[in-house]
Design a protein around this ligand. Structure first.
Ligand SMILES: NC(=O)C1=CN([C@@H]2O[C@H](COP(=O)(O)OP(=O)(O)OC[C@H]3O[C@@H](n4cnc5c(N)ncnc54)[C@H](O)[C@@H]3O)[C@@H](O)[C@H]2O)C=CC1
Ligand SMILES: N[C@@H](CC=O)C(=O)O
Length: 817
């Protein structure tokens, strides 16, 4: 015997009922089938409304009743043909007349009892079963319409009656005939000992099906609904959520309790007790596999079966010294809430017993608060407990999986993922069964949290990282190219999905939560009508509240650098080649680092020194492992190295070589920063700060090599003109070096606690002498490297290498999410 139950949507339209027929008839070829049906979608609510309207003396119930009548008669007309149709119409009309009579009576006496409401509300199932059984019978004569009142026997608790299982099981065995291929049974209704109609409460049709399946020892109970089973998370929040193919009863219960409303747990108790598996299937996508809920959880690799959530939660926090060591305190709290019909969803209590915190539905807050305050009036007045604290607009997110108990660190991982996304956890509960870890968070963080957790716990998922990019000049453009080139590789090899969710240049900005087309991200930016303003950019980025977000500053702008503090405090990481933030006052640099630590964001700026070379990371590793910097000797300007490697005082002028360095993207957007030595001062300052020294820009001595008049030029154009004017000065510098058999290098040095930068003649045979092109070199002499310094050397300027350094920082952060 097979038992199938079809929900309201499955039987909601004539077209859907035709699909139901296909499903049932296919099954009936193999074995007898019992088909339990719900009311057509929306009918039960309409019936209840009719009852309430009639009871309040409002004749509008008649209009609603007409709608109910028409929907059933029209469905019957569409489904049936020939003689069957008038016959069905007669029986439908007789049922509808009975309903009309009851409602008329209610209207006249202006009163409806729960018992009468049971009679009214179950008409949906009765009418639906009448139509469906007649429709089936038209093609399959061996179809029978069951009356559950004959065999499902309950007490007289109208509205939510309790089943007498002994009697019911016996009556089912006696009443369900083996002689019909298909039996159609209306769900939800039953009868008490004296034959009066009762109903089975919430999930009633599932309950009917479960009672039948259990009594008949069905091999499986099939629940056909409008979703393809239980999903790994709510798909309206998590696009990558997918159907769980197999799950244990316990896990299914946990998921259902916390939001996956595919089943109502109490309604499946009868099959659960007998270990009968339940198959959840989608009527409108019958080819989908669905979810099989079986007695034992399936031992698969997947540690987490699903994520679920409940929205609109409030926390009640009762605390006070008067609670400590007093027996029955929690008992009294729960009893008070229970008496007030407030259901407690989650509980946490500190072992000190100083406080107890419960999560309830937000809609129960007022009732709960009033009840608790009244009950604990004495303790409150004696200040033994503090006034009840209520926090609203919260949600619960739960991680569910039977395999969690075999895994160390699951809750740690969960909390760390939420923390690195700036999600504050208000309360946490983990049962000793370890099948569920639930956290209470702000409601606005739900989408971000579910997605971040889903990507981290479901191995099939790619972890999405959202990039907000400001600056699309030399470096910015090179970065966009590299992101495009690496996208497939990162997806396939590292399961990281980098999306550009925001982009800006100095004029415009553009946002797309799903990510811009990586092949042409500039198109949308260039046609955007949104004017770039950094405050609006940040507001939009923060309000998008996306998981795993990184802001990348590819500008050289102070205004942008000044916003890092705010960005980091919103748990959005910052990656930047812009040196301004790290070279302001030491207190500001320190504050940024502390903010990043406090808000679990990352602040990375490897490209501030030596472009893509791993200089800051190397230094960080030395310092973190306890080493100490004794000396630094370095060439830190790619552009100056390029200029002095290419200027010979003959073929091209000094101004022409600077222009070439600018053209090739080695200089700062304003080359005066390079030529003045300021850029090198910034870099050595950053290295000293990263070495642990509290240093300011003024602590660095710098000897300029460029005439003061050039540096005082009011614009970059004027600067070039003045450099041309002073060509003889530069010629003399290079000729003197050549005559001494040396090369000119702009050197930064830290020795004996002092930092200096300046142009020097470098003799052959020293590490700085053979530094080609735009290369940089840094020699760290440390306690561990006292004789032979640790050397980092390579290309130290240029858009490509800088972009690849930025990419490296992005990946370092992406791997922490
Ligand atoms: N070129 C190199 O070798 C290296 C450069 N850097 C740094 O990289 C950064 C970028 O350099 P480049 O790409 O060469 O500069 P660039 O001048 O080519 O590009 C700057 C970009 O920033 C945008 N921008 C300027 N102000 C803005 C604002 N207020 N809001 C939004 N966007 C704004 C511009 O529209 C442009 O797209 C600079 O901070 C530079 O110091 C760091 C290491 C090496
Ligand atoms: N302008 C800089 C580039 C990177 O910081 C340089 O010349 O080194």
């Amino acid at each position: 015997m097979q038992v199938l139950k079809f929900g309201g949507t499955s039987v909601g339209t004539p077209e859907n009922i035709q699909i139901v027929k296909e499903i049932v008839f296919e099954k009936a070829q193999k074995d007898q089938v019992i088909v339990v049906v719900s009311a057509f979608r929306g009918i039960t609510s309409k019936l209840i409304d009719c009852g309430k309207l009639a009871a309040s003396g409002n004749s509008d119930y008649e209009q609603l009743l007409t709608e109910i009548k028409n929907q059933h008669l029209q469905t019957a007309k569409k489904l049936l043909s020939g003689d069957a149709q008038p016959a069905l119409n007669t029986s439908l009309k007789s049922l509808l007349n009975e309903l009309e009579d009851i409602l008329r009576g209610v209207f006249l006496i202006k009163e409806v009892s729960v018992q009468t409401m049971d009679r009214i509300s179950c008409f949906g199932e009765v009418l639906s079963a009448e139509i469906i059984s007649t429709y089936f019978r038209q093609s399959e004569k061996s179809t029978f319409l069951l009356n559950p009142k004959d065999f499902i026997k309950t007490d007289s608790l109208f509205g939510r009656a309790n089943v007498n299982f002994n009697l019911t099981n016996q009556l089912i065995a006696e009443n369900i005939s083996n002689s019909f291929k298909i039996s159609v049974c209306p769900g939800f209704l039953a009868a008490n000992a004296s034959g009066r109609t009762t109903t089975l409460g919430r999930g009633g049709s599932d309950y009917t099906a479960a009672i039948l399946a259990a009594a008949l020892d069905a091999p499986e109970l099939e629940i056909w609904t409008d979703v393809s089973g239980m999903m790994t998370a709510n798909p309206s929040y998590v696009k990558n959520a997918y159907t769980i193919e197999e799950i244990g009863y316990d896990e299914a219960m946990e998921l259902t309790h916390f939001g996956a409303k595919v089943l109502y747990p109490p309604s499946i108790q009868p099959v659960l007790k007998k270990g009968i598996p339940i198959l959840i299937k989608n009527t409108l996508k019958k080819e989908d596999k669905g979810t099989r809920i079986a007695e034992k959880s399936v031992s698969n690799e997947q540690m987490i079966s699903g994520l679920s959530c409940i929205e609109d939660i409030a926390l009640l926090n009762l605390n006070g010294s008067g609670m400590v060591g007093i027996p029955y305190f929690s008992h009294r709290l729960f009893e008070t809430l229970s008496d007030a019909k407030v259901s407690v969803i989650l509980i946490t209590q500190a072992s000190s017993e100083h406080s107890i915190c419960v999560a309830i539905s937000q809609e129960d807050v007022e009732v709960a608060k009033a009840a608790v305050e009244e009950h604990f009036q004495h303790e409150l007045s004696q200040q033994l407990i503090n006034p009840l604290e209520v926090e609203k607009d919260l949600s619960i997110v739960a991680l569910v999986g039977a395999n969690m108990k075999n895994q160390i660190g699951t809750s740690g991982k969960m909390l760390s993922i939420l923390g690195s996304n700036g999600v504050n956890i208000k309360a946490i509960a983990q049962g000793s069964s370890e099948k569920n870890i639930s956290v209470v968070i702000e409601k606005k963080q739900i989408k971000k949290s579910l997605n971040a957790l889903h990507e981290s716990f479901f191995l099939s998922d790619n972890k999405r990282v959202n990039l907000f990019i400001a600056g699309t000049g030399n470096v910015g453009k090179a970065l966009l190219q590299q992101l495009k080139k690496q996208q497939t590789f990162l997806n396939e090899k590292h399961h990281i999905d980098l999306r550009i969710t925001g982009i800006a240049n100095s004029k415009r900005m553009y946002f797309d939560e799903e990510g811009l087309d990586i092949n042409k991200p500039m198109d949308k930016l260039l046609s955007s009508e949104k004017t770039m303003h950094i405050d609006s950019f940040i507001d939009e980025m923060v309000s998008m509240n996306l998981r795993n977000s990184i802001f990348i500053d590819n500008t050289a702008h102070k205004v942008i650098a000044n916003t890092y503090q705010k960005i980091l405090a919103n748990t959005i990481s910052v990656v930047t080649p812009n040196k301004i933030a790290c070279t302001g006052p030491f207190t500001q640099y320190k504050k940024l680092k502390n903010t990043a630590l406090r808000f679990k964001s990352n602040f990375l700026f490897e490209t501030n020194v030596g472009a893509g070379l791993p200089i800051i990371n190397t230094l960080n590793d030395l310092i973190k492992s306890g080493d100490e910097i004794l000396e630094i000797e370095a060439v830190l300007s790619g552009s100056l190295n390029f200029i002095f490697n290419n200027y010979d005082g003959q073929s091209k002028s000094f101004a022409e070589i600077i222009a070439q360095a600018k053209e090739e993207g080695y200089t700062e957007p304003d080359p005066r920063l390079d030529l003045s030595g300021s850029d090198v001062m910034r870099k050595i300052l950053i290295l000293l700060r990263e070495s642990g020294l509290e240093t300011e820009m003024d602590d660095i001595e710098s000897v300029p090599f460029i005439p003061k008049e050039c540096m005082d030029a009011p614009s970059v154009d004027d600067f070039f003109k003045l450099v041309s004017k002073h060509e003889a000065h530069f010629k003399q510098m290079i000729n003197e070096a050549k005559a001494a058999g040396k090369k000119l290098k702009y050197v930064a040095r830290f020795k004996d606690g002092k930092a200096q930068t300046g142009l020097q003649q470098i003799a052959p045979g020293t590490p700085l002498y053979n530094l080609e092109g735009k290369d940089n070199i840094v020699l760290f002499t440390t306690k561990r490297y006292p004789d032979q310094p640790l050397v980092v050397k390579g290309a130290g300027a240029g858009a490509e290498v800088t972009a690849s350094g930025i990419f490296g920082d992005i990946m370092r952060i992406a791997n922490t999410f």
